[in-house]
Unconditional design. Structure first.
Length: 391
């Protein structure tokens, strides 16, 4: 089959790789009909090379049709149309029963002290072949699927694989009071959905991003938008009676602008042997924290900062005095996709499309175009906000 593979920093290519096979009786094989490039795929493209091997298949936002099931699979049949959640979980362990599927004890990557395995996402998360491919092997398939109908297009459902439940969880964790104000830092795909979920829930949404096209899209869906300027923190405070927003969702993570010194460190890591670079990242990694620090500044005293953007540093400096003095709550973590599907499925199937799932994709292309679109997405060129590939 054809699949998008990692070859090196800022180097991905579509290659012919072996077709996936049933390895365990609980597996299923899915023919992929749509698969997306996620903002967190750019971390692999840019930073996480020491934990990836050349030829690893990327991608964790797929959906398609079941073409084969293992002998122990009882909840899926050939021909079923499904979305595949990005985290791989069992559904019955201590963590899964508590709605913490991203911490599944059956698939935790204990070698690296990480949570549940993920599709297409480095040795830290199991090095499981991903879904930017023509076919995908789905482990623990009875639980690791979201069955959908056949009448609506893929775009109605595809984002249930990651970014829509990630945004929903981010807003849940933000704990915005009824009628309150939610600030959103970053208007990439997750930030767009965070803003829309906030508007859907009746919050006042103040959204910040340096890219004009992203601000325009969020404004179209009801957010008040602001450029990322030196004065934006003061602007948002002025709009909230000098207090700041009730809650902030940081939807940027370690790809934040700012701190060129940390950016230089990231590049230097790519020059080290993998074993040494891994050790540095595991114990002394640094993130660019501009978005997080701005979130801490923007939120009011007693408010909540919710992190949906991915962070990976182990030596990050946090403004603990400010956080303690402001009595902030901080919530974060990989999304527990299956936890939120019962809330989200009716919304994506609603003819009114209240969360605008049909108004997010800016670039749609065959899988063969993936390498160029990784670069376009990473550079934020050509108005690129969300890429969907169709193998």
């Amino acid at each position: 089959m054809k699949a998008l593979t990692w070859q090196g920093r800022r180097n991905v290519s579509v290659e012919t790789v072996p077709d996936p096979e049933i390895l365990e009786p609980t597996d299923a094989i899915v023919r992929i009909t749509s698969t997306a490039i996620c903002g967190s795929d750019l971390h692999l493209y840019e930073i996480f090379g020491p934990f990836i091997d050349s030829g690893d298949v990327l991608g964790h936002e797929p959906m398609g049709v079941v073409v084969e099931v293992g002998s122990a699979v009882t909840n899926l049949a050939v021909g079923d149309r499904i979305v595949v959640p990005f985290n791989i979980s069992c559904g019955h362990c201590f963590m899964c029963r508590r709605g913490l599927q991203s911490q599944c004890e059956t698939t935790q990557v204990t070698e690296y002290g990480s949570g549940a395995s993920l599709f297409g996402y480095t040795k830290l998360y199991g090095q499981v072949p991903g879904g930017q491919a023509e076919y995908l092997r789905v482990p623990l398939a009875d639980y690791n699927h979201i069955r959908v109908g056949n009448d609506l297009p893929d775009d109605r459902y595809l984002f249930l694989s990651d970014i829509l439940p990630t945004a929903w969880q981010g807003v849940e964790y933000a704990d915005v009071p009824e009628g309150g104000t939610l600030a959103v830092m970053g208007l990439g795909p997750v930030g767009q959905f965070v803003a829309r979920v906030g508007v859907h829930r009746g919050y006042r949404v103040l959204a910040v991003d340096p890219v004009a096209e992203r601000r325009a899209l969020a404004e179209r869906h009801g957010a008040d938008v602001f450029d990322l300027t030196d004065s934006v923190v003061d602007e948002l405070r002025d709009l909230t009676d000098g207090r700041g927003a009730d809650a902030v969702v940081d939807a940027v993570g370690m790809e934040a602008h700012g701190n060129p010194a940390v950016s230089t460190v990231h590049k230097a890591l790519g020059l080290l042997p993998d074993a040494l670079a891994q050790k540095v990242m595991e114990t002394g990694g640094l993130d660019r924290l501009a978005a997080l620090h701005s979130s801490i500044d923007i939120v009011r005293r007693g408010g909540t900062v919710s992190l949906s953007g991915v962070y990976a540093g182990e030596a990050d400096m946090m403004p603990m005095k400010t956080m303690f003095d402001k009595q902030l709550s901080l919530r974060m973590g990989q999304c527990n996709v299956k936890r939120w599907i019962d809330d989200l499925l009716p919304l994506v199937e609603d003819p009114a499309d209240p969360l605008g799932v049909m108004d997010l994709t800016t670039h749609r292309a065959p899988l063969s175009d993936a390498p160029g679109l990784y670069e376009t997405f990473q550079k934020k060129e050509d108005g690129c906000i969300k890429v969907v590939l169709q193998p």
